[in-house]
Design a protein around this ligand. Structure first.
Ligand code: 26Q
Length: 820
């Protein structure tokens, strides 16, 4: 292993050991003879951080010196996962740390497990931001991430003994966070409420409430590069000025209370991955982090003396969904009210700075804020949005005089009671590019979401198919398989150049390689089997097929269809003769994922899964042939553990509803096959790895509307007797009480089956039968997985980020090469 970083770092185990012990003594203030695994973790983390700080400072200074264009990735969520192992691998010093800790009597693996998983995101969108940071650093792009330092991340999920989800607050900072640097000197005021005055020259926003945003920075190392990027998360604190009003009234307690309120803004991540309608605090969070970020970006640009109209030559800002879209109005406000720019110049520059990534076409998930709320909370922004809209609609009227419908459709303001601001329309109008996250999704963004805008500016709309970082999702999560790949390719460079894995295909017929792939898989399955034994007290065989569906619980993702098919499998096994059982492929079904706290149906689905699990796992007739587990608290760390153990994974959303999916990519890269619909990135995965290496089923996107109408208006009713039997059992409350079974069954009635579970069911069962059949031939199965791993290069986030860099941000790779 050669890694450029090792030449700049102390390589020998003893100096690393010394640094760790030093931190035990002087940072943690413990005696070096008495510290536990948690202290070992803390000290190790600090010593790695020390290494990163140098490269981090050098990198930032270099970018400034070279005056390069930077991209700022604005995201309400960064689902980073644990830092320690990622940093060690990216720096190429894992084995040295292993040695040092061993000398101290610790096992690196166990020490790494001491780290809390920072869950500052909901799911796909937040994890994508994290993969992007890793690729940006690795490619040497000048980039910063900007977001919120929530005190409480994604809730911890537990399951009650009756099988219901329970949410526990995630105060992830209890043991401190060695990966962040608090920068008390980097702070900005952010205003809310108040009123607008005109001072004869420009508008001024006064009064209201002011909070202070404080920066917390974390270094983001790239793989095999000295470059180290910055992730800056903002925390809200009370503004330093006195609340003179309450103070002079002698009302000391309310003065203090009003200060306390400030911290609420960055206190908790909203655990919804679909819109939580109109929550004022959520809009506050958005403006809070966006305003602090833009002040920071403008300040950095202004360090060099030049006009702000050139901002776009040095700054690109990517909006991760509509969540930071208020930034378009905020930058206009800064330009006009603080920097005395006229409207035209301000708008011309603003629209050259922003670009917007859409992550959903589901209408109910598109962010809208009531005009009343925006007016109250951000009065100046509301004025600016109205003016943006007035000018924008003026253009539309000019081109389509008399077309009132078109005007309504294209307006940033939705006329109604109450009037709403459509954040997605504001994002489209204020951006130079708009992208979807997989080919099918980008098509729908053009045809369904913004057809009128696409017609006017077709080149504004792009596809940027998502990707995932092979560093975390292969090298770090799956050392067993990574070692096999590196040995056959005779290099580990595939870790930052995935296309090299194509070279594996030439060995697909080698019995040795097949055996090694299968051995790596068994290693990973064994680990998960042990976890299951520990958590559920159930023994599972590593010969069984490990079938995994882990993702947020959502009706469109159709976990319900998965459980229904598991019930059918259970019923089939119950009817089998001993001879048939001999032929039956044993399965371990693993389902995991969190339901938003207020999403009642999603919570019912979890309850049903737990009910089925209990019945099936305790049925003596079934034995090893079927086991069902709901894995609690699915998060990045759990994903790293179980994804490498998959034989097959399920990505079975109703066609057209999953924008991309990214775990589908991770599962295949880890040597599993997919059962899935023609949706999101599944379609492109199929294009790359071949139809024979996937189990595709179900209606196509273009068939959905018609099928839904047929269901709704009585033209179609399923006749699958297996499904009928399963539904009867649920109705008889075999798996759960009627509080759960009734609403779930109601949603499966033809006129209510919006997600087409009953319509796709037979096709799904057929695909499952093909899966069973193919698994019987282990040689052909492993060959499919080898071919798939070899062909997944497109789905490295390095490819994705290069496309953003070239087609949207116009960035240059800028590697810093230290002289010493
Ligand atoms: C919005 C308003 C109020 C409260 C919460 C939200 C909110 C928060 C998170 C809305 C959406 C999200 C997250 C969405 C998400 O994760 N989308 C997923 O993004 C992935 C990366 O592009 C895709 O692969 C998935 O298909 C998509 O579902």
């Amino acid at each position: 292993i050669h890694n450029i970083m090792t030449q700049y770092l102390p390589r020998d185990v003893d100096s690393i050991l010394k640094q760790i012990v030093n931190h035990v003594e002087y940072t943690l203030a413990r005696t070096k003879y008495n510290f536990d695994e948690q202290h070992a973790y803390q000290a190790t983390a600090y010593s790695v951080r020390d290494r990163l700080i140098e490269s981090w400072n050098d990198t930032q200074q270099y970018f400034t010196e070279k005056d390069v264009k930077r991209v700022y990735y604005l995201s309400m969520e960064f689902l980073m996962g644990r830092y320690l192992n990622n940093a060690l691998l990216n720096l190429g010093i894992e084995s040295q740390y292993q040695g040092a800790l061993k000398k101290l009597g610790f096992d690196l693996d166990e020490v790494e497990h001491q780290e809390r998983d920072p869950g500052l995101g909901n799911g796909g969108l937040g994890r994508l931001a994290a993969c992007f940071m890793d690729s940006l650093a690795t490619i040497n792009y000048p980039a910063w991430g900007y977001g919120i330092r929530y005190k409480y991340g994604m809730f911890e999920q537990r399951i009650s003994k009756e099988g219901y989800q329970i949410e526990i607050p995630d105060y992830w900072l209890t043991a401190g966070n060695p990966w962040e640097i608090e920068r008390l000197d980097v702070k900005y005021p952010v205003r809310f409420y108040g009123e607008i005055k005109h001072n004869g020259k420009h508008y001024e926003w006064q009064g209201g409430e002011v909070v202070t945003a404080i920066a917390y920075d974390s270094p983001i190392p790239g793989y095999d590069t000295y470059n180290t990027l910055n992730l800056r998360l903002w925390s809200a604190t009370p503004a330093s000025e006195f609340d003179l009003d309450s103070f002079s009234r002698g009302d000391y307690y309310s003065a203090v209370a009003s200060k306390e309120a400030a911290e609420k803004i960055s206190s908790v991540l909203y655990p919804n991955d679909a819109t939580e309608a109109g929550k004022e605090l959520r809009l506050k969070q958005q403006h809070f982090f966006v305003s602090a970020t833009l002040q920071d970006v403008v300040r950095r640009f202004k360090k060099k003396d030049r006009p702000l109209t050139e901002l776009h030559t040095k700054v690109a800002i990517q909006l991760n969904d509509t969540h930071p879209t208020i930034g378009i109005a905020e930058l206009m406000r800064i330009f006009m009210d603080h920097e005395s720019m006229g409207w035209s110049a301000a708008w011309a520059t603003t629209t050259k700075v922003f670009s917007y990534t859409n992550h959903t076409v589901l209408p109910e998930a598109l962010e809208r804020w009531s005009v009343d709320l925006v007016e109250k909370l951000l009065p100046r922004h509301m004025q600016i949005i109205y003016e943006i809209n007035r000018r924008h609609l003026e253009e539309v009227v000019k081109k389509y005089p008399g077309d009132g419908d078109k005007l309504m459709r294209m307006s940033i303001i939705e006329e109604g009671f109450p009037k709403m601001v459509r954040m997605a329309v504001l994002a489209v109008v204020g951006s130079h590019h708009v992208n979807g996250v997989a080919a099918i999704h980008s098509g729908l963004v053009k045809s369904r979401l913004f057809p009128d805008f696409y017609k006017e500016q077709p080149d504004k709309f792009l596809n940027m198919t998502n990707g995932v970082t092979p560093r975390r999702w292969m090298q770090s999560a799956n050392p067993a398989l990574s070692e096999v790949i590196s040995r056959w390719l005779e290099t580990d460079e595939w870790v930052s150049n995935y296309e090299l894995c194509r070279g594996l295909e030439q060995f697909v017929d080698s019995a040795d390689m097949q055996r090694e792939f299968r051995e790596a898989k068994r290693t990973n399955k064994k680990r998960v089997a042990e976890r299951i034994k520990k958590e559920f007290g159930v023994e599972v065989s590593t010969d069984a097929m490990f079938d995994i569906q882990v993702k947020r619980i959502h009706e469109y993702k159709r976990q319900l269809m998965n459980v229904l098919s598991i019930i059918c499998r259970y019923n089939a096994i119950k009817r089998m003769t001993p001879a048939e059982k001999e032929e039956c492929v044993p399965r371990v079904c693993i389902i995991g994922g969190k339901a938003a706290a207020g999403y009642v149906i999603a919570k019912h689905i979890i309850r049903l899964i737990n009910g089925v699990s209990k019945v099936v796992n305790n049925d003596k007739d079934v034995g090893d042939l079927l086991k069902v587990f709901f894995m609690t608290n699915y998060n990045v760390t759990l994903a790293e553990d179980i994804i490498p153990a998959n034989d097959i994974s399920q990505h079975i959303s109703t066609a057209g509803m999953e924008a991309s999916g990214t775990s589908n990519m991770k599962f295949v890269m880890n040597g599993g096959l997919i059962i899935g619909t023609m949706d999101g990135a599944n379609i492109e995965i199929r294009e790359e790895i071949g139809n024979d290496n996937m189990f595709i089923f179900g209606l196509l996107e273009e068939e959905i509307d018609r099928a839904r109408n047929e269901l709704k208006y009585g033209g179609y009713q399923h006749t699958d007797s297996r499904l009928q039997e399963a539904m009867k059992q649920i109705e008889a409350n075999k798996y759960c009480g009627k509080d759960v079974s009734e609403p779930l069954l109601k949603n499966l009635q033809p006129y209510n089956d919006y997600y087409l579970v009953t319509r796709d069911f037979s096709s799904y069962m057929d695909a499952q039968a093909r899966v069973d059949e193919e698994y019987k031939n282990q040689t052909s199965w492993v060959k499919k997985t080898i071919t798939s791993v070899a062909r997944m290069g497109k789905f490295s986030s390095d490819r994705t980020i290069r496309e953003y860099g070239e087609q949207i941000w116009n960035l240059e790779a800028t590697p810093f090469v230290p002289s010493s």
